[in-house]
Design a protein around this ligand. Structure first.
Ligand SMILES: [Zn+2]
Length: 278
């Protein structure tokens, strides 16, 4: 892989982990102050699940159709939906391990190094009707970061990156199987159409939020799996991950920290250095 190609591939990575959700693809990535990975996960793991609402919706093409109150309300419903199906499957099959559950449900999971289609770099992918790819290059890079200072404490011994990714993709299979009744698919918004036509659309991000809640529940994680967006990107680009961290913190109503060795003069205009929010 050439250096140029690698740079190109980082752009979509920095825009979201689990799918083609980028809506703001700029020509050049701005520069960000690089934080230690331990600081990033420590702060992001403290963000409660529903406070990820605005970050999640910022990746939604129909984001502009909603106000903040609706974004928060829909996020809560999507979380409830993901949890409900995780519980339902765990009870029905008497297992919570996402990898075993996927096998039990007839999914074919494989573990290639990288996506064959190099147009976008993903960490995992569900392909209808029953295939799932977990890309091990990103997983290995993530595992290498698990021993960095502060990371084991923040992410806890509970984290198994592969099982987390399988759990997320498994929800997309669940959505297909229950598409007539599952809330993430039955919820629609009315888009403009000339009378008397109707143009009703489902909202893709609801499936993403629910998939995160689903895998959070199966893996019994105390933090939102959205943390992995920044964590796994860090394995490829600490700078892109630091940019994501800033954006995530801002959208969750928090102040991003700067590395301790950084002088206060480097603070962006209008921002104060805050203590991490509990
Ligand atoms: Zn997804």
């Amino acid at each position: 892989m050439t250096k140029e190609r690698f740079k190109q591939l980082l752009k979509p990575i920095a825009e979201g982990l689990f799918g083609p959700q980028g809506t703001r693809r700029g020509p050049e990535m701005p520069h960000y102050v690089i934080r230690p990975v331990g600081m990033i996960v420590e702060d992001l793991c403290r963000i409660p699940e529903e406070d990820w609402a605005y970050y999640a919706f910022s990746r939604e093409p129909l984001n502009g159709k909603f106000n903040d109150e609706q974004r928060l309300d829909l996020t809560r419903q999507a979380i409830a939906c993901g949890r409900e199906y995780a519980q339902k499957l765990a009870d029905q099959y008497r297992m919570r391990d996402p990898e075993k559950l996927a096998k039990q449900l007839g999914l074919l999971v494989d573990f290639p190094d990288m996506p064959q289609n190099t147009e976008r770099v993903l960490f995992a992918e569900f392909r209808e009707p029953n295939k799932m790819h977990i890309y091990m290059d990103g997983v290995r890079k993530g595992r290498a970061l698990l021993s960095e200072p502060g990371v084991p404490h923040a992410l806890t011994g509970q984290l198994d990156i592969v099982k987390l990714l399988i759990g997320h993709e498994l929800f997309h299979w669940v959505e297909e199987r229950y598409k007539k009744e599952i809330w993430t698919r039955t919820y629609k918004i009315e888009l403009w159409a000339p009378k008397p036509l109707h143009n009703r659309s489902s909202v893709a991000v609801l499936g993403e939020i629910a998939a995160m809640a689903f895998t959070k529940e199966l893996n019994a994680l105390p933090y939102s799996p959205y943390v992995m967006d920044a964590f796994l990107v860090y394995g490829y680009s600490p700078e892109a991950a630091s940019g994501l961290y800033e954006e995530m913190m801002r959208l969750a109503g928090r102040t991003a920290r700067l590395p301790e060795e950084d002088p206060p003069a480097a603070l962006p205009e209008g921002e104060t250095k805050g203590e991490p929010t509990a």
